[in-house]
Ligand binder design. Structure first.
Ligand code: 1PW
Length: 214
């Protein structure tokens, strides 16, 4: 089934994560945040209950967009430039949140952890049997990634939201890419790019000891 013209397709969103990596393996923040904006739109399409999940992501995207459009926008063109700029300027709270509670480094770290969840979830969805439970795939991928960073109450609410997810085929349909086979093929094309962005960010944060920012 072809997507209606102008309809929102997950294909374009995932393409944002492809475009954000340069030949020098730098991550461009503009397309990265565009990809995130699209993901949020997609999440909201899954029902009101998911808007609680997307709300925090939206707040984080907004913080980053302010940096990217602000006076020091040159310093926020790439993830690498941002890390260099914020660390050398002492603009990151390393021990506890105080003078710089919303640094770019700690804000991107939250999105980065959530991207791991998305990656595991889409991988699970792609390789699962047709009759597999989407909510089980989503819960498993959440527990294997983001859940470790969330307090009990957030974990509970998240799992309740996952229970409302539609069946695998219906979910693939929501992606608006075509039939289930086409959606699975698209995921196969898109996932290496998400893995790549995730891997580059992880490496950068490891190098600079930023993986546990408060
Ligand atoms: C269907 C698969 C979708 C994956 C999309 C990912 C969206 C991720 C948003 C999860 C947010 C849950 C509620 C918020 C928790 C915040 O406390 C937490 N934020 C995140 C993004 O994990 C930590 O941010 P904080 O409190 O340290 O500013």
């Amino acid at each position: 089934m072809a997507a209606a013209p102008g309809a929102f397709s997950l294909r374009e969103v995932l393409a944002g994560f492809q475009e954000c990596v340069t030949e020098q393996r730098e991550v461009l923040l503009g397309p990265y945040l565009c990809g995130w904006r699209g993901l949020v739109r997609f999440l909201n399409g899954l029902g009101a209950i998911f808007s609680f999940i997307s709300k925090d992501a939206v707040a984080k995207i907004q913080i980053m967009e302010n940096y990217c459009g602000g006076e020091r926008r040159e310093e926020y063109r790439t993830l690498q430039a941002m890390v260099r700029y914020e660390l050398s300027g002492g603009l990151v709270d390393l021990q506890r949140r105080s003078a710089h509670p919303d640094s770019g480094c700690r804000t991107v770290l939250r999105l980065h952890r959530a991207l791991r969840w998305l990656q595991l979830f889409l991988e699970g969805l792609r390789t699962a049997r047709q009759d597999a439970s989407t909510s089980a795939i989503c819960t498993d991928s959440y527990n294997a990634s983001l859940a470790a960073y969330h307090p009990w109450v957030v974990r509970k609410a998240a799992v309740v939201a996952f229970c409302t997810l539609p069946s695998r085929d219906a979910f693939l349909e929501v992606m608006n890419v075509g039939g289930p086979e086409e959606a699975v093929e698209m995921l196969g094309d898109a996932l290496p790019h998400i893995r790549n962005v995730y891997g580059i960010t992880q490496e950068l944060y490891e190098q600079h000891h930023l993986l546990d920012l408060p």
